[in-house]
Design a protein around this ligand. Structure first.
Ligand code: AMP
Ligand code: GLY
Length: 427
């Protein structure tokens, strides 16, 4: 089988590494890929926004099966386009991807199907949104969310009414997120611990893959601005078998059934951002793909070949009730460039990668890297993800950090507390 992986981050590097380990992959092409991926698969330059180009590449390369990493091509309809062309692709249609690409859609959908989530109002005009904020219906803090895709920056947890009004003006009057902020969702602030819950869906059925916890802020102890994610660990000790079954029953199964009933069956990875409140698990957000860096810690937990699972899900033939999971604990530390997340330096030489990768149970995945004059250099905010595996959290975390410390580049920054919160509950 000739397989195409779309994307260029560490998540896609982890996917490619995992698929390469599966014997069923005849030939693997990644587009556009990155220098790390290029060591495992043939990489082809590609603008993922250009669906004609994506389709032409699949045609030229005689691709049998396509796996999509990021949300943008899904929300633009790459799955619809491939379906029209009779090509097999794992990922939701644009209509199904609205679970991520429109927060107003996701919230209204949850309300229609009684899926537990924060109470909310969807507002399509500045006046509406200001009226909701000023009305104080949800108290403070209150959460303001740009409706559309805003690269993880469209959510403000406003501590008081003035901050909430500012967030509404930023999105709707000053169009800080462009069209993504033309509508906003104002919602109640939930209290609890956050967990990411990953499932595989085939349109009518879903199976849980695993859970993880992200570290979104740039600095230790969850301080500083939000990023795409500075590290993660998996599985989350907060979710036992009973809670997993409850999330499937109260959230995932109704979502899959609801999407199918509305004529937009959901096929793909479903990533449910959960808040574990005193009132039970509630949905913070959906993503229609794997997370980054969550994929790097979740994929190693899948203890069976990945490709047949993805093909089964893409063809509506997921027959398993569960996925077999290994006993390992996995931790990932993201190495970022100076200035991230506001800006990012590029072109700094990266050294020590070989030494890091030589450590047993360690993998290093590329994101913002490039080859310049035969040397590996930085080329973006998040540069590398260093993953450690072990039989307990301390072992996995220690491996990730020992490896991370072998690597250096000018301006390298990373969090020093990845996985620390796992001990708070796991002992
Ligand atoms: P999102 O981009 O939807 O993942 O939101 C970013 C972050 O905002 C989440 O990871 C939460 O920490 C926080 N957040 C979003 N919605 C809520 C909510 N209703 N209550 C509390 N925190 C929230
Ligand atoms: N790490 C968060 C995300 O991928 O959305």
């Amino acid at each position: 089988m000739r397989v195409l992986v779309l994307g260029s981050g560490a998540r896609e590097h982890a996917l490619v590494a995992r698929l390469t380990a599966d014997r069923d992959v005849g030939d693997l092409v990644a587009a556009p890929g990155n220098p790390g991926i290029a060591r495992l698969a043939r990489t082809v330059p590609l603008n993922l926004d250009d669906l004609d180009a994506v389709n032409a590449l699949a045609d030229r390369e005689q691709i049998d099966f396509t796996v999509v990493g990021p949300e943008m091509p899904l929300s633009r309809g790459v799955a619809d386009r491939f379906q029209q062309e009779g090509r097999l692709l794992f990922g939701p249609t644009a209509a199904a991807a609205r679970l991520e690409s429109s927060k107003a859609f996701a919230k209204a959908f949850m309300a229609r199907h009684f899926v537990p989530t924060a109470r909310f109002r969807a507002c399509e005009s500045l006046d509406d949104a200001l009226a909701v904020v000023r009305g104080g219906e949800f108290g403070v803090p209150v959460v303001i969310k740009a409706d559309g895709l805003a690269a993880g920056k469209g959510v403000v947890v406003a501590p008081d009414r003035a901050a909430a009004e500012r967030a509404v003006f930023d999105a709707m009057r000053d169009r800080k997120f462009g069209a993504a902020g033309d509508a906003v969702v104002v919602e109640e602030c939930l209290e609890g611990l956050e967990v990411s819950f990953f499932c595989l869906c085939d349109g009518t059925r879903a199976v849980a893959i695993a859970t993880a916890q992200d570290h979104k802020r740039i600095f230790d102890d969850d301080r500083g601005p939000n990023t795409g994610g500075m590290g993660a660990f998996a599985p989350s000790p907060l979710v036992d078998a009973a809670l997993e079954a409850r999330v499937m029953r109260e959230i995932v199964d109704p979502v899959v059934a609801g999407m199918a009933a509305e004529g937009h069956p959901f096929r793909g990875f479903l990533y449910v951002g959960l808040m574990l409140t005193s009132d039970g698990p509630k949905v913070i957000e959906f993503n229609v793909r794997l997370g980054d860096p969550e994929a790097q810690v979740v994929l190693p937990l899948i203890d069976q070949p990945l490709l047949p699972l993805l093909v089964a899900a893409a063809t509506g033939r997921l027959s398993q009730r569960s996925i077999s999971r290994g006993p390992e604990r996995v931790a990932a530390v993201v190495l970022a460039s100076r200035g991230y997340p506001e800006s990012a330096e590029s072109g700094r030489e990266i050294v020590g990668l070989d030494a890091a990768e030589a450590i047993p149970q360690v993998s290093v995945y590329h994101a913002g890297t490039a080859i310049k004059g035969g040397r590996l250099v930085t080329a973006g905010g998040r540069v590398l993800t260093v993953v450690g595996r072990g039989l307990d959290y301390p072992e996995a975390i220690a491996r990730a950090y020992v490896a991370a410390l072998k690597i250096s580049f000018d301006g390298m920054q990373f969090r020093h507390d990845i996985g620390r919160k796992a001990f708070a509950y796991a002992g």
